[in-house]
Design a protein around this ligand. Sequence first.
Ligand code: UD1
Length: 432
Amino acid sequence: MDKLIVEGGHKLSGSINISGSKNASLPILAAALLTDEPVRISRVPDVSDTNYMLQILSQLGASVERSSGTVRIESPEGISSSASYEQVRKMRASICLLGPMMARMKRCTLPLPGGCVIGDRPVDLHVRAIQALGARVRVKGGNLVIDAPNGLVGTTVDMRGDSGPTVLGTDNLMMAAVLAEGTTVIESAAREPEVVDLANFLNKMGARIEGAGSRTITIHGVERLHGCEHTVIPDRIEAGTFMVAAAMVSDGLTLNRVWRPHMKAISDLLVECGHTVEFNEEGTTVYVAPAKNPRSGKILTNPYPGYPTDMQAQMTALFALTPGISVVKDTIFPQRFMHCSELKRMGANIKVDNGTAIITGVESLSGAPVMASDLRASAALVLAALAAEGTTEIHRLYHIDRGYEMLDEKLMSLGAKVSRVLDLDAVPLEES
Ligand code: UD1
C-alpha cells in the first residue's frame, strides 16, 4: 500500500491531457456482456476500478485484452451468471453488472454491495427496476439472486428515489431493457453525461434507445446486439479536480481533452468565485487561473446538470483557503464529509452539521499526516497538500488510485513536488 508525500507551496504551471471517464467506462465495460461479438473501447482510464471490472468480466468467462487505453472484450456463449464476493466487494459500482447479466442470461447471482464511508448506498431502485421488467429477486447468503424464467418484458418504470434519480440504476435498467420484449420507458431517468455515453455505446451495438440525457428514456427491445467500437467521454470529475488545483495553487493551467458542456456547473462556480476559466472555441481545452481576490461561494449538490457531489470535497479544499464564509450542502450523500476532519488537521476552519459544511477561509494550511477515506475526499487532501505550507503525507492512497489515472505523474509534470512511497504502517479501510 502506498502513501503520497507532497511538498506544498510549489506553483503549478503547464498543460495536461484529461483521461477518459471512469464513471462512463464502468457500465460500458459491463455492457460488453450484452453481445458475443468483440467490442473495442478506447480511452478507458487505467485505474483500479476499471481493472476490477475487467477482472470480474474475465472471471465470468469473457476474454479481455488491454493495451494503451483500449480494451477489447469478447463474451462468448456460456459465460457465468454468478460473480464472486471477493471481486465485487472491492467496488460498489459492480452493481452495474446486474442489467447486462439479466439481459444476456435472464438470471444472475450478484453479491449485495454493503454501505461505505460516504453513506448507506442502497440498491432498492435497481431491484425495483428489474422486478418491474418481470424478474424475481431474492436475497440469499448476502447475494442478490435474480431470475426471469419468462424473460424480461418492457414496461414504464419511475427511477426517482428520495435523493433524486439514480445514475447506475438508470444504467442498469437501460442495459436490462435493450434485449427485453417490447418497449421500456424510464421516467425520472438520470441525465448524467455518463448515462448518455452508455446509451450511445448501446446504440452502436444495435440497441434502440431514445431520449438519453433527458428525464424520459425510451428503449425499444431488439433481438440481439453486435460488436462495435467506442471512445469514452472525458472525465469531467478529473477535469474539475485539476481546475480546482489551478485555482488554488498555479500560475494558470491548461487542460486538454475536456468537453465544455459537461463542465458548466463547475466552471460557473469557479467564475463566480473570481477565477479565470477560458475554453477554446471547440470547448475541448480550458485554461484556468487563480483570482487575485477570490470570493467565497455556495454549493448545493444536485443531479446533473446541477453541481456534482463528486466535486464537493475538492471545492471544499479551495474554500478552506478562500477569504469569507463558504457553504457546502450535499443533498445526494449527506454524510460525505470525511475529508473535513482531515482538512481541519491541516488548519482549515470547517464546521459540519446535518449534511452541510460551513467553511471559514484561513490564510494558510500547514502540512500534516492525513488519511484518505474515499476517492474524492483523497483528491481534496491532495489539493490542500499542494497549497499547504510544509509537507503532507496522505495515507491510504489506494482510494485515489481507484479513479485518477497517473495522478502523481500528471502533478509532477505540472511542477508539483510529490512522491509515492510504500506505506509500511498502513491499515486498509473498506472500499467506498
Ligand atoms: C454514481 C457515481 C458516483 C456519484 C453518484 C451520484 C458511478 C460509477 N458512480 O453512483 O461517483 O457520486 O452517481 O452522482 O457512476 N439511491 C437509492 N437507492 C438506490 C440507488 C441509489 O436511494 O437503489 C440513492 C443514493 O443513496 C444517493 C442517490 O440515490 O443518495 C444517488 O445515487 P446514485 O446516482 O445511484 O449513485 P451511483 O449510481 O451508485
